[in-house]
Ligand binder design. Structure first.
Ligand code: RAM
Length: 332
């Protein structure tokens, strides 16, 4: 008798626990590099739409500025809040190691999304990148070369000095310029940093023009940097002399393309990174996706995604090049 009621009690208790779990949506946070950067609106859109569809809870947070350690208190706050998944666009390859280890020790799934902890990959569970990053640097150099007849002085206007994605691309640009004979007449004279702040990027662009009067091109592999550089060139009416290209948002670059300030630039779909991250995270949490190199899974609208070396996934294989012929087809 006693045994039976004990069993019934236990079963009821278990049922309550199960219901409590089922009713509690998975909490996903995405920590951007900084606030006020529309690039992250597009990534966030992908996270939001996927969570609406799949029933998770999503929040975006970011520090005001993108220096190496600025995300640490944000990660700590999310550990406190008890989220299930932290996605992050890291501002440093190594400053976050300890706090991300703390998050993982609490059972939180940690994903780098949009850039990785280059050299410190063991401090996250997987990475979701917009494109194959080995292509970004060489593609950008080729695009610049095609705009300037493969000849003359060029400069790079980057974001922050520690940004792991920027530094991966810049290293590959240097490598391509130094080792591919096609680019032997292009000379990289400076690499400067606008910190993904419009004002600082503008100042750095103006300084480049002042310091290098023979400059014929600027590659800004940051959406903030390329928009600032294009605006300086537009205001001065020097588009025929100084070619600006890089990675930009079609929505921010449309007018510069239309009026000829910028001939062409590149990017990918930031939205798809958020979309992929949610599908991957939920699959890992419910056991339907194994976070193992070589495993693959289907994502609606994206198709089959395979987990590559270092648990890296990419949302699209090639960069997209935008110019006057296709800019109107894109609205992000
Ligand atoms: C800026 C940021 C971001 C980078 C894009 C291309 O918005 O630096 O991290 O991926 O540009």
């Amino acid at each position: 008798m006693l045994k039976k009621s004990l069993l019934i009690g236990l079963a009821a208790g278990l049922a309550m626990v199960t219901t409590a779990f089922a009713a509690d949506p998975i909490k996903i946070v995405y920590i951007g590099k900084n606030t006020g950067n529309p690039y992250f609106d597009s990534i966030t859109g992908g996270f939001e739409d996927a969570c609406k569809e799949k029933g998770c809870e999503f929040e975006f947070v970011a520090p005001a500025t993108a220096e190496a350690t600025s995300q640490i208190p944000f990660i700590e706050a999310q550990i406190q809040r008890g989220v299930n998944v932290i996605g992050i666009a890291p501002n440093s390859p190594d400053a976050l190691n300890q706090v991300l280890d703390d998050a993982r020790a609490k059972g939180i799934l940690v994903l780098t999304v949009n850039g990785d902890l280059v050299g410190n990959e063991s401090h996250r569970d997987a990475t979701i990148l917009p494109v194959d990053f080995t292509k970004t640097g060489p593609n950008q150099v080729e695009l610049m070369g095609s705009l300037i007849g493969y000849k003359g002085e060029i400069a790079i206007l980057s974001a922050t000095t520690e940004a792991p994605d920027q530094n991966t691309w810049i290293a590959a640009m240097n490598d391509t310029l130094a080792n591919d004979a096609k680019y032997k007449d292009m000379k990289l004279v400076a690499t400067v940093y606008g910190d993904d702040q419009p004002e600082k990027s503008t100042t750095e662009m103006e300084a480049l023009l002042a310091n290098y009067p023979n400059l014929v091109g600027v590659i800004a592999p940051t959406t903030v940097g390329i928009a600032a550089a294009a605006q300086v060139v537009q205001q001065r009416g020097i588009a025929d002399k100084v070619h600006v290209t890089g990675l930009g948002l079609p929505s921010e670059m449309r007018d510069f393309i239309k009026d000829g300030t910028v001939k062409a630039f590149q990017l990918w779909s930031p939205y798809n990174e958020g979309w992929l991250a949610v599908h991957f995270a939920l699959g890992v949490l419910d056991g339907s996706i194994k976070n193992e190199v070589g495993a693959s899974f289907d994502v609606p609208n994206l198709g089959k995604v395979t987990i590559a070396d270092k648990n890296a996934m990419i949302a699209q294989p090639e960069l997209t090049t935008f110019d006057a012929s296709n800019i109107d087809n894109f609205n992000f």
